[in-house]
Design a protein around this ligand. Structure first.
Ligand code: C2O
Ligand code: CU
Length: 462
């Protein structure tokens, strides 16, 4: 109840601030329909799966626009449950952020909601359900969102690779129930038994030797951290979580992609015809398995190319001023094998046992789940440094809505801009950002079962 009140207040505040002359959505605003569909996820011979998906496609349709463009979509909810859409990584107007209960009311079954915002940054983003997202994203409600630079980089092709996994019941083809599984929520989250790319467990590409590709990797999995390696290709990282690096960085080691993170690579195909090439993933038994097979046939005429140029910077990528920054600390606690003494939940202090009985396992700064009051109230334009202490025995993919941040490196320098960062158990981590986007912004773990069982907090920017 309380959450809904916050939601209504947020929506009213949003409406009040709309300029009167704001153009309304054209009658024919393009719909995005959340609905049930039947999709063959598992290999042939296994039953098909009933999924919840945008426009009935898994992943949802590619939404692609130019930097600076206005994006409008009418979410139409043809599901039997309320839903909403979050545009992950877009530095968006708060009223369009899609967080049910915080920035909007959930869209009831049969209802619709008009999303309408501009896209300030070029890069690789994604959209996904943000109402009971632990379940709704697991059932398929996510899709890629690409914002094109005014001038495309010099590559032969641009490929979107949306990585994901699904936890299926092999007998029925349906999603393994229950969705809110205490064992999974208190451990590493919901990890699928089928891994795939762009909705397929056997996704393949073909390429020519010496071809230069831009690969846009998006981790849309509920909880899986992908550890990846290139085979028969070599190249550079050019952007993280949508934001261009100042300088392309040679891919030397494994690529670690936590839930919700993206990486843009520019790679050259080095393998010859018939030689193995592709994207490999590290399995639990430490072996490498092809996640995307690339079949090489033919060769490109352009053989010698230098390192790619950096992608053009996005606006507002200035380094936060650490000296004058407000310093905040947040302990991350809970989960199996570590637990916590006690924490606040719905206005009450509860011990770990009592929290577990309520299906809650995690806390951020002593608070379980979203409270009425924000973790921090910031003034607009204020530089902030937030130090995170992970007292759990699990990694967590911490995501801030509405603003990108940088890691404060041990030497005091600042890392690249991101919207999601992996916090490792017992390792200190500090991030810094400028609170330049007014509104109510979630800060939560993107292992969605963790977020649903306590690891969700929010900040206010006045
Ligand atoms: Cu991609 Cu709050 O989420
Ligand atoms: Cu987590």
């Amino acid at each position: 109840m309380r959450a809904l009140t916050i939601g209504r207040r947020a929506v009213c505040a949003g409406l009040a601030s709309l300029p009167l002359a704001r153009p309304s959505l054209a009658a024919g605003a393009e719909p995005l329909i959340a609905r049930k569909a039947t999709v063959q996820l598992a290999p042939d011979g296994y039953p098909a799966s009933e999924v919840w998906a945008y426009d009935g496609q898994l992943p949802g349709p590619l939404i692609r626009a130019r930097q600076g463009a206005r994006l409008t979509r009418r979410l139409q909810n043809d599901l039997e449950v309320p839903t909403s859409v979050h545009w992950h990584g877009i530095r968006i107007d708060n009223a369009m952020d899609g967080v049910a209960g915080l920035t909007q009311d959930p869209v009831a079954p049969g209802g619709s909601f008009d999303y309408d915002f501009t896209l300030p940054d070029a890069g690789t983003y994604w959209y996904h359900a943000h109402t009971n997202s632990m379940e709704q994203v697991a059932r398929g409600l996510s899709g890629p969102l690409v914002v094109d630079e005014p001038e495309a980089p010099d590559v032969d092709r641009d490929e979107i690779l949306m990585l994901g996994d699904w936890l299926l019941d092999p007998e029925s083809g349906g999603f393994m129930e229950p969705m809110a599984h205490p064992m999974m929520m208190s451990h590493g989250g919901r990890i699928g038994n089928l891994v795939g790319v762009n909705g397929r467990y056997d996704y393949t590409l073909t390429a020519r030797k010496h071809e230069r590709l831009r690969l846009r990797l998006i981790n849309s999995a509920n909880a899986r951290i992908f550890v990846l390696r290139l085979q028969g290709m070599s190249g550079w990282t050019v952007a993280l979580d949508g934001m261009p690096l100042t300088r392309p960085e040679v891919v030397e080691a494994e690529i670690v992609l936590a839930p919700a993170q993206r990486v843009d690579l520019i790679v050259d195909v080095t393998a010859g015809e018939g030689a193995p090439a592709g994207l490999l993933m590290l399995r639990d038994d430490d072996s490498w398995e092809a996640l995307v097979d690339v079949t090489i046939s033919g060769r490109s005429a352009r053989t010698v190319r230098g390192a790619p140029a950096a992608l053009p910077a996005n606006p507002k990528m200035d380094l936060p001023d650490l000296d004058g920054a407000r310093a905040l600390t947040m302990a991350m606690e809970g989960g199996a094998m570590a637990g916590m003494e006690s924490a606040m939940f719905e206005g009450e202090r509860l011990g770990f046992r009592e929290l577990v009985e309520r299906g809650q396992f995690w806390s951020l700064a002593g608070q379980v789940g979203r409270s009425d009051t924000p973790f921090a109230s910031l003034s607009r334009g204020e530089p902030v440094r937030l130090s995170l202490t992970n007292r759990t025995v699990f990694p967590h993919a911490m995501h801030l809505h509405g603003m990108h941040f940088r890691e404060v490196l041990p030497d005091g320098g600042l890392g690249p801009m991101r919207d999601t960062i992996l916090s490792l158990p017992q390792e200190p981590l500090e991030i810094a950002f400028v609170a330049d986007n007014p509104g109510k912004w979630l800060f939560h773990c993107h292992m969605l079962g963790h977020a649903a069982s306590g690891m969700t907090s929010w900040i206010g920017v006045a």
